[in-house]
Design a protein around this ligand. Structure first.
Ligand code: HEM
Length: 357
């Protein structure tokens, strides 16, 4: 078995288990009275961002980079989070997570030296945001500050990937400069969040809106939505993700950075679920085969989990904005159902692909 597959065989199930734990913890935080210690419920954010996404993004980068040590990033993300959830003392887990993000930054740095392209730089800035978030969290800074930096990790990683693919659409020379300027404004907002969280939220919101406008204008999804099958499904996932990024930008500008509560929930999850999970749903049928060699043949039922994600998030955010915690609670539960359905539909498609192979 190739080394790559062995890593994936261990790390992908670990990442999925951490995703399920994080969803459970998030639901307990929302008021579902299910068994879970308060300590674990409070770890929802780091478990989903570092444990699940840190592992998956790290794996994707390690496979592309083709150096064994690069697997230190996903392995560190998974092991660090497992240590964090199983140990009462957070120190060792946090230390491993900081180490994992340093490895990811190194991978981006060397990848940039190999191919000095703007998209690699933007993704590298995403990796640096993950490192900063982990350091801030380990240093005991409030979790809402680390949350904005975690957001930076995911937004810049995904935006960088879209910048890379947008090269297929004809665009002016200045458009890339605009994109880089937006990334700079976004990073400035994250730095400002260390001193003035409220205004920093507004600036981050403005940068997110700028990114959305840019992506609406230049992303190939605008063209590929007219195609059929998987290509169209991917475009639908991308474009709907951009709608949620617009919502997040508007909420951040309207309310500024808010450190807890319903508006905080809406601002964060418009990005984390609306934008990030739309991207995951859209890309899974191509990323999973690239990582694992397993085919994920497209099927029309993929639209069901995508639609459930959006409807449930709309319910949750309506509950947040109208201060109706019960509505938000049900929206959150349906968010988790959409994620479970996605996992189920993906596993079903893999099985179907094997049978027809
Ligand atoms: C089933 C889906 C989810 C549920 C039920 C959920 C629930 C929650 C709740 C209730 C909070 C606290 C908000 C407040 O203070 O009122 C929260 C915070 C947070 N969530 Fe989620 N969430 C979910 C998915 C996600 C995803 C997919 C991500 C990341 C990709 C994420 C990242 C975060 C972060 C970083 C925080 C801030 C950390 C904190 O305040 O402890 N969540 N979530």
């Amino acid at each position: 078995m190739p080394r790559r597959s062995r890593w994936i065989l261990v790390l992908l199930p670990a990442a999925l288990a951490l995703l399920l734990l994080a969803a459970w913890a998030g639901l307990v935080r929302m008021g579902w009275e299910w068994p879970l210690s308060r300590r674990l419920a409070l770890l929802h954010g780091p478990v989903v961002v570092s444990g699940f996404l840190g592992t998956v993004i790290g794996l994707e980068r390690a496979v592309a980079f083709r150096r064994p040590w690069a697997y230190g990033a996903p392995a560190g993300a998974a092991v660090g989070t497992l240590l964090l959830v199983t140990n009462a003392a957070p120190g060792p887990g946090l230390l491993v997570l900081v180490g994992a993000s340093i490895v990811l930054c190194l991978v981006y740095f060397l990848a940039y030296r190999r191919q000095p392209a703007s998209f690699t730089a933007v993704m590298g800035l995403g990796g640096a945001c993950w490192l900063a978030a982990n350091v801030l969290y380990a240093a005991g800074r409030p979790v809402h500050v680390a949350a904005l930096w975690w957001m930076g990790f995911l937004v810049l990683t995904i935006a960088g990937e879209r910048l890379e693919l947008s090269r297929m659409v004809p665009r002016s020379r200045g458009s890339e400069t605009v994109f880089l300027a937006l990334a700079a404004v976004y990073i400035a907002a994250l730095v400002l969040a260390l001193f003035a969280y409220g205004p920093a939220g507004r600036l981050a919101g403005a940068a997110l809106l700028g990114f959305t406008l840019w992506l609406w204008r230049y992303d190939v999804a605008r063209l590929t939505i007219r195609r059929e099958g998987l290509t169209r499904f991917i475009a639908a996932g991308l474009l709907s993700g951009y709608v949620w990024m617009t919502v997040a930008g508007v909420l951040l500008i309207a309310f500024g950075g808010v450190p807890a509560g319903l508006i905080y929930d809406a601002q964060l999850h418009a990005v984390f679920i609306g934008f990030v999970f739309s991207m995951i749903f859209a890309h899974a049928p191509i990323i999973l085969p690239a990582l694992s060699g397993l085919a994920v043949p497209y099927h029309g039922r993929f639209y069901v989990h995508l639609a459930l994600l959006h409807v449930s998030l709309a319910v949750r955010i309506a509950g947040d904005l109208l201060a109706l915690p019960d509505v938000r609670r049900w929206g959150g539960l349906l968010n988790a159902a959409a994620i479970l359905l996605f996992l189920f539909n993906t596993a079903w498609a893999v099985r179907r692909g094997r049978r027809t192979a």
